[in-house]
Design a protein around this ligand. Structure first.
Ligand code: 3PG
Ligand code: MN
Ligand code: MN
Length: 564
């Protein structure tokens, strides 16, 4: 009944007091990014790494450590074959409920055809007669930011609704899918486009590049990434030109150390050496990704008349729509094909409105995860007098296997200082190492990364010890705990040269959640009636630890208080 006053149907932000748990304890909430639980073996970097702090939590009180689901339907993804990811993981952690997420909302809109009835589609359709439709997005079946089958379905849909000319600007993946898979995805897309051409539609791939080097930066870490994409997609300029995208991807991948994530930008040219598809006045543009974080920057470049992040050289008058609206607070972009999940009444907002002073911190590459995603894809503070969000600048222009410790120590120091200052009731951090280094596929570096994250956890737990507080240590999805692609029986898969296939992506594994600290009332333990609990059960748990009952529509708390 927390959200409603007794005897009144008026909505109220006031949370009911927890009948047993006290208020006033400082709570540290630590999210280890990409830290799942898997059987111990040589590809489990968390197991191999020296992680005494996390080991002691696991081997401590059995009723204060457990696993929760972090993938598939438990976090609002279409199927249980979908690995977890930061967006859906942090949404679930912060919102305390399971929302059908972007991937699924787009599926439903395409299946029902509703996508073609919305305002966003009508807006881009206005350009079909005389302009070109440009589709920009991540080309893979990873299902984290986008999905190839959704692009295929959209291509079919627009071809039946009057499109004359289509240009696809591809971003190769290798991060949510195996490195090297880009070639197959480009071949599939080329086949589809050839079929459209048979139907009289002028459809081609116009440009491309690797997702981590072209277009898909996030949280303004490095605008050069977006500029490289702009130059290729809009201006038709890139250091490499090719006659076909298959040739482009194959040749660029043949360079030493090349990989899908970091392919340089390229432009496809015609027999007169002219780019086949720059974006010009009168064209329509759709950014295909449903996930927000890596689309916000390009959306700003495409949408904002006034823009000073880089020199756009030419700013075409286009009709631009996102697959989804990426930022509800900024209303960015203003046109979109599918409405995003309406994540409201998040735990962060409730807690702030109930007097919980909140501190959140990570480094740039994950800063929006503990703020924007945690708060239901909402940027900014709920109440700036009650909250402080600190961003530690990430290294930019490097792959994180080069500096696997990243800013873990600096994040932990900020959290420690925030705890010891006693100015905050909740201190929340994301430690990126397991995930960001795990994505590089570099096993040695990922081991170093996991150790660094463990040391950061220790520093935060020590501070909680000093102030008599409570800790909650969990993760958003798996990554570093399994670095090899496996067959159905779990055996590592080999490539044609007999080498193991490195897994750069997330996993389907559950994640740990540990609670404890001197402020935790004796008698608090995990319930045993929620064996299938997931990340969405964490919000109610944290609210309880702050001394509140969670709203009645939240997923149930993981804990109970057993009277001794
Ligand atoms: O965007 C990325 O880096 C990956 O696709 C997913 O990683 P994340 O969900 O941990 O951010
Ligand atoms: Mn993550
Ligand atoms: Mn990740």
């Amino acid at each position: 009944m927390g959200e409603r006053e007794m005897g009144s149907s008026e909505f109220s932000w006031k949370l009911a007091d927890h009948p047993k748990l006290p208020k006033g304890k400082q709570v540290a909430v630590v999210v280890l990014d990409g830290w799942g639980e898997a059987s111990p073996n040589e590809y489990n970097c968390i197991h191999i790494a020296d992680t005494p702090t996390m080991d002691s939590l696991k081997n401590g009180a059995t009723n204060q450590w457990r696993l929760v689901k972090a993938h598939g339907k438990a976090v609002g993804l279409p199927t249980d074959d979908d690995m977890g990811n930061s967006e859906v993981g942090h949404n679930a952690l912060g919102a305390g409920r399971i929302y059908a997420q972007g991937a699924q909302l787009v599926d439903l809109a395409l299946e029902s055809g509703k996508i073609y009835e919305g305002e966003g589609f009508k807006y881009i359709q206005e350009c079909f007669e005389t302009g070109t439709l440009h589709l920009i997005g991540l080309l893979s079946d990873g299902g984290v930011h986008s999905r190839l089958d959704q692009l295929q379905s959209l291509l079919k849909g627009v071809s039946e609704r009057g499109v004359k000319r289509v240009r696809v600007h591809i971003l190769t993946d290798g991060r949510d899918v195996l490195d090297g898979s880009s070639v197959g995805f480009v071949e599939t897309l080329e086949n589809d486009l050839a079929k459209l051409r048979e139907k009289g539609i002028d459809a081609r791939i116009a440009s491309g590049g690797g997702r981590m080097y072209v277009t898909m930066d996030r949280y303004e870490n490095d605008w050069d990434v977006v500029k490289r994409g702009w130059d290729a997609q809009v201006l038709g300029k890139a250091p490499h030109t090719f006659k076909s995208a298959i040739e482009a991807v194959k040749k660029l991948r043949a360079e030493p150390k090349a990989n899908d994530q970091y392919l340089p930008p390229f432009v496809i040219i015609d027999e007169n050496e002219k780019p086949v598809g720059p974006i010009i006045d009168g064209d329509a543009v759709v950014t295909l990704n449903f996930r927000a974080d890596r689309m916000v920057m390009i959306a700003k470049a495409l949408e904002y008349e006034n823009f000073d992040k880089f020199d756009r050289v030419r700013y075409p008058k286009i009709h631009y729509a996102g697959m989804l609206q990426y930022d509800g607070e900024l209303k960015l972009p203003s046109h979109y094909l599918v409405s995003p999940p309406e994540i409201e009444r998040t735990s962060g907002e409730y807690l702030v409105k109930n007097g919980i002073r909140t501190f959140a911190c990570s480094e740039t590459v994950k800063f929006g995860h503990v703020t924007f995603f945690w708060n239901g894809n909402r940027s900014g503070y709920f109440n700036p007098d009650m909250e402080e969000y600190v961003e530690i600048p990430s290294d930019s222009g490097i792959t994180f296997n080069v500096k696997p410790k990243m800013k873990a120590l600096e994040i932990a120091e900020k959290a420690r200082d925030a705890i010891l200052s006693r100015k905050f009731d909740q201190v929340r951090v994301n430690l990126p190492n397991g995930d960001m280094v795990g994505h590089t596929g570099d096993i040695e570096a990922t081991i170093v990364a996991c150790k660094a994250a463990d040391e950061a956890v220790k520093m935060i737990l020590d501070a909680i010890d000093q102030v008599g507080g409570i800790y909650v240590v969990t993760a958003d999805h798996g990554n570093a705990e399994d670095m090899v692609k496996r067959d159905k029986s779990g055996k590592p898969l080999l490539d044609k040269n007999g080498n193991i296939q490195i897994l750069t992506s997330h996993t389907l594994q559950p994640v740990p959640i540990a609670i404890g600290g001197p402020g935790l009332l004796p008698g608090v333990s995990y319930r045993n009636d929620l064996p299938n609990a997931g990340l969405a059960n964490v919000a109610a748990t944290v609210m309880n630890l702050h001394g509140f009952e969670a709203p009645s529509d939240y997923e149930p708390t993981l804990i109970e208080v057993v009277d001794n």
